[in-house]
Design a protein around this ligand. Structure first.
Ligand code: ZN
Length: 100
């Protein structure tokens, strides 16, 4: 992973969801299935990602439980990344839907 590809991704040249923002965080937005509220969270890849266990493949994951202001139902987000720069490979949202 060279410096050039990192910059390309940083400035949006690579596009795609889950791209790392300039402050180093990955912003995730989901819509609660129960009330429709959009809830945003931030993943800090340098401190929040955990390596996958052996047998689960290569990469990193993070699990977040988001609770909005309207109905207090938890929306669980499970994210997988191929590296610590926030290159997302899969996203599961329980109790809500992903908002691009
Ligand atoms: Zn809700």
């Amino acid at each position: 992973m060279g410096r050039l590809s990192f910059l390309t991704r940083l400035f949006g040249g690579g596009g795609g969801r889950g791209a790392q923002s300039p402050d180093g965080g990955i912003y995730i937005r989901v819509r609660c299935n129960a009330c429709g509220e959009v809830i945003q969270t931030r993943v800090n890849p340098s401190s929040e990602l955990s390596a996958l266990d052996e047998g689960e493949g290569e990469g990193y994951f993070v699990r977040k439980v988001l609770v909005g202001q309207k109905c207090f139902r938890p929306v669980e987000v499970r994210l997988r990344y191929s590296d610590l720069h926030g290159r997302e490979v899969s996203r599961e949202v329980l109790g809500g839907t992903s908002v691009e």
